[in-house]
Ligand binder design. Sequence first.
Ligand code: KG4
Ligand code: ZN
Length: 333
Amino acid sequence: MIILGIESSCDDSGIAILEDGKNLLHNKIYSQTDIHASFGGIVPEVAARQHVSSLGNLIQEIKDLNMLNLIQGVAVTKGPGLAGSLLVGINYAKSLAYALNVPVRGINHLTGHIHAAWIENQEEIEFPVIALLVSGGHSELVLMKSHKEKILLGQTRDDAAGEVFDKVARFMDLEYPGGPVIDKRSQLSKSKTRTLPVTNIKDTLDYSFSGLKTSTIKYISKIIEQNGQLDDNLINDICYNFQDAVVEQLVIKLNMAVEEYEPKSIIVCGGVAANSHLRTRIKNESTIPVIIPSPKLCTDNGAMIAAAAFYENSFSKESELDLDVFPSLKMTD
Ligand code: KG4
Ligand code: ZN
């Protein structure tokens, strides 16, 4: 089946055409990062307006490539995310499905991130799977017994991992989003030392990152007080110190989950899964196969939405021309 996937839950407009869950015939993302950068974060109204033009352009591109006639179903993110942004995506999806006379289905963005792993690696992934989903809004450990059976094992009790990357970067006046720049600067650190505390809430698979955020901000303020200002070397060392503490916590709980549930494979997904330190550590330390989508499929994209629709067999159910948005949708909804 050839599925068009549309993603517009936050600040990335994504369109992809995926054949049989694995052949990516088209995959385009229009990132609004530069537009929101001057605000230091996403402005919901601006994001929604931008989706109107960028999704329109991306769909026009598919039309110009004569690919519209290939589409047999339209899959679109229904939540979680920003209501206005989601609304633009589902209205494009419904209109397109109606015009092409194909079904439309709403897809959970969170399961989309996980299913992105199958696009490049169908053969390697064996159930049960433990998925670590780490993005700007979520940090969750999920047990999957099949494509459709998902059990939430743990989640963040406060900030998400990506969120603290963004906030710590902002405090040091680094670019937005913070994850990629902290990742790059960490690699340039000469000290490669961790002194910041690693949170490990006892007897649970839940995460917590707000304590680390506060400690890091206090630590940076103290360095500024002592040195007058931050230079490049200090920034690089702080980035390493902070990133290593985030990764350590992510790995501790992932290892606990693996020990308890004995999965046959591990999936790491979501924007923070693009982090080089996290990717290397989990791959090097695991005794079972670790599947991490390539960085372009880790951050928000349309291909993951088409993949989720394919692997969850969403088109076996009726078309949803009356589809609505679900801004607070949960992983297991
Ligand atoms: O999955 P995603 O694109 O959007 C959400 O659904 O939230 O994730 C975005 C998050 C941002 O917080 C960004 O800073 C983080 O992913 N991120 C990274 C890296 N690339 C993106 N975090 C750490 N290291 C990276 N290389
Ligand atoms: Zn996402």
